[in-house]
Design a protein around this ligand. Structure first.
Ligand SMILES: [Zn+2]
Length: 242
């Protein structure tokens, strides 16, 4: 079971760890700062470096399919794994720019959830864009949504997470907004993400600490995916030169 350091502190960029398992899925460490793809959010990329200086380029991070609770650091194609045997001490370091983009977009998707009061039935967060599918048939206005997101960013709301019991969640069914991604059950506790005064929902992803850190995000596209699905795509605003 990999200790998930990113759940408590999304700002950690590196950590010391020990290799516990290596197979076709990748390298499993006892602890990591790499977020594995999940909840719509893409996995982290980065490097693992041994004390002797051998470097493994990690292209992605995934939940290990055969080892529940383990996180596989997926090597880049053609990578040499010979120095990464079980017991090896390594420094795990994520690609900070890629993670930062994930955190900004992920937090922006929560703002979008607060602005569009309909259930979400799909979500994808990458370093280049984020998209949310809403279960609704009413029209959405691109400019108006962009302006509303910018307002919530400018208002600088605090973003924080906490753990609640399943009993507490059951007593507050309104906490569950997503139709497709229900909070994980059976572990006794659920991680909830709160944007003070704006949004509260179960979420295991990585977020910025304040909506001000979302920066300039714009709605780039609104698509009618089906009769009851409206897809909203977010991008980073491109600053005008000069
Ligand atoms: Zn989230």
């Amino acid at each position: 079971m990999t200790e998930e350091l990113f759940r408590e502190d999304a700002t950690l960029l590196d950590c010391e760890a020990t290799v516990v398992w290596v197979d076709d899925a990748g390298v499993v460490l006892d602890r990591t700062v790499f977020y594995p793809q999940g909840g719509g959010q893409a996995g982290d990329a980065g490097t693992l470096t041994t004390e002797a200086g051998a470097v493994l380029v990690v292209a992605d991070a995934r939940k290990h399919k055969e080892r529940p609770g383990d996180i596989a650091h997926v090597p880049a194609e053609g990578a040499d794994l010979s120095a990464f045997t079980p017991g090896t001490r390594v420094t795990a370091r994520i690609d900070a720019a890629r993670r930062r983009a994930h955190m900004r977009f992920h937090t922006a998707t929560h703002l979008l959830c607060a602005l569009v009061p309909h259930p979400v039935d799909g979500c994808s967060i990458t370093a280049g864009y984020a998209r949310l599918d809403f279960h609704m048939n009413e029209p959405l206005d691109k400019e108006q949504l962009t302006t509303s997101i910018a307002r919530l960013v400018a208002e600088a709301h605090t973003v924080s997470h906490r753990w609640i019991s399943e009993a507490e969640l059951d007593a507050n069914p309104g906490l569950v907004r997503s139709m497709s991604v229900q909070p994980p059950r059976g572990q006794g506790r659920i991680r909830v993400l709160e944007i003070a005064g704006v949004d509260l929902q179960p979420c295991g992803g990585t977020h910025v600490a304040n909506t001000a850190d979302v920066g300039a995000v714009v709605v780039t596209k609104i698509e009618k995916k089906s009769a009851m699905t409206r897809r909203v795509v977010l991008g980073f605003a491109v600053m005008a030169a000069g």
